[in-house]
Ligand binder design. Sequence first.
Ligand code: ADP
Ligand code: MG
Length: 729
Amino acid sequence: MSNRRFTAVKEALSHLPLESNASPSKVSEYYGINVFNNQAMREYLPDDVYKSISENIEKAERIDKRVADQVASAMRAWAISKGATHYTHWFLPLNGATAEKHDSFFSPSSDNSNIEQFDGSKLVQQEPDASSLPSGGLRNTFEARGYSAWDPSSPAYIMGNTLCIPTIFVAYTGEALDFKTPLLKTISVIDEIATDVCQLFDRSITRVYPTLGWEQEYFLVDEALFHARPDLVMTGRTLLGHGPAKGQQLEDHYFGAIAPRVKAFMTEFEVEAWKLGIPVKTRHNEVAPNQFELAPVYEEANIAIDHNQLVMVVMENTARKHKFRILYHEKPFASVNGSGKHNNWSLATNTGKNLLSPGHTPKTNLLFLTFFVNFIKAVYRHSDLLRAVIASAGNDHRLGANEAPPAIMSIFIGSQLTKVLDDLEKKVKDRKMTPDEKTELKLNIGKIPHIILDNTDRNRTSPIAFTGNKFEFRAVGSSANCGPAMIALNSILAEQLKEFKASLESAMEKGEDKDEAIFKILRDYIIESKPILFEGNGYSEEWVIEAEKRGLSNRKNTPEALLAYISDSTKKLFIQNKIFTEKELKARWEIRHENYTKVIQIESRVLADLAGNHIIPTAIRYQNNLVENVKGLKEILSVEQFEKQAEVQKYIIGKISEHIIEIRQDVQKMIEKRKEANAIEEADKMAFFYCNEVRPYLDTIRYHVDKLELLVDDEMWTLPKYREMLFIK
Ligand code: ADP
Ligand code: MG
């Protein structure tokens, strides 16, 4: 075993499950101990300050300087009691990662005693320079400062020895540079209008907030094998590698027994997550070998997003301890499924009601239907935007590849609700309805089953599905921050509800009865938005044709999808609702293009290096062996014997030459195209060029490399193969 690959495989096989260090006590005894939650606040804050900060948080109000000072000092005391020495403003910059800059609590004073430095002003605002984070041109000017500001609605927590304070991140000029700032705006916009609409039905509803339950898919790879694959290290996915003889065909991984090494890893990160107050709940094997899923109990959307980002980091750190690497990439391995992050989304009220949960009475069901139908209409209007927010180079491998939702946006609602909508459409009359007709309608609505039966066979091929009491946005990529998806869903529904309310008010001013007016508006919405409802197989060819007939877009790649990011309807949506300024929107649009371009650029460079340094030299070495063999045979055999016995060798020698010639030519062409691409000035044109002119070479080169993998002596192949990486014991 001399080659690097064998050394790595040997090392991987020697890795045993770590002794689980899971806390032996009950979860309830340590749940949230590392969070500055209500309990900690109550303990560390004077009663009146606790009351006032709780109220500020609940009502999303500005926090008074005196209160901020006291919270800061309580937070510091609490954190130090837990061994923290540093603090950081934690934020979610537009590169999709998390960012932190640690400062020590202590700074030496003149008399050599240490003074703990952390007051209200440090809690509330910081100025992490962070000028290298993406800004889409918002900070290129004379003023590059960026500010982070405390988000009191997401509790501070301790990681290692650092107090982490969730914050928003904005430019000196006020433009948002993160995912949280616009998200918080949408949360407040949807609260306002959804509460207004609820008030039409139920006066006790005074607050509405979005809820999110994400489902995180990921792959694990042994660390030794990971390091022996430069493509995994540099790009998070395998750029080459022939599919293993056995992949996921036997469907033996899904929900299968979890391997002991993996289980030890899961147990450990779950304990860490619970200590951070992250309600992780389910874990299971996914469809592909080495693929897993983690899901928590849903939470208020802002906190759920912070928790998702945080848990991704916790998992990554824990994986390292267990000699694994996590792959959050949407498609780390060809020929087996990729990973997504289902976003289960709904709206909850201060009265403990889920607005997307059918109720028991006609009145509560009319409230349900109002939100349900408005959502459908909103998605219909903004389906292109929803496609745009989930677009990324990684997700392009998944969407429409018959393993994940298609790139065509549609909604699955199940047969029972389809029938309810059909009924509504047919039974609502244009003329004034008779009392009997209205009663019948209400009775029908009252019969909407509380538990939707056909959700057991939920249509897995739909990008957006109604699953009983929530909409599940399934097309989100596994590596993505849920922010953009949530920002879009909240905003499109808010815009739609505003229109609904205006129409209702105008009908009522004309003397129409409220319920009857609601019925009519909803019926019109149902008729109008029908094209977006699809119950069939989203993977089928027929759907592609049918969707086109219905006028739905099918945007196959990121640059195409991003056209909707700054379309007129998107601009109107975000600018009128004060979520983004035009400048902010343009900046985000630019960052998305830049990100796409950079990903393809890096993949293309890494593949060229691998082809030049690993693949071609290995193939030539093996070809030399064959050539030696052929020469030897020629020496010892008669002409007829030689013709026959050297046939296979000569064939392989020829094939190897064919493939390496193709590889070499394509690498050269790809490099030329990259040069051409890099001369383009505009971010969108460059992304399109990378997509259409550079990206195809990743596939053609891979094709020949994978053929060589099958031809070349296994002993000589330097890169760990799929069969070695994909089956953790
Ligand atoms: P799956 O889609 O894998 O079959 P489930 O339907 O059981 O899983 O639930 C998936 C997720 O839906 C969970 O993370 C759960 O917390 C979330 N969820 C349940 N109710 C809501 C809700 N009202 N709002 C947001 N998410 C919810
Ligand atoms: Mg799901």
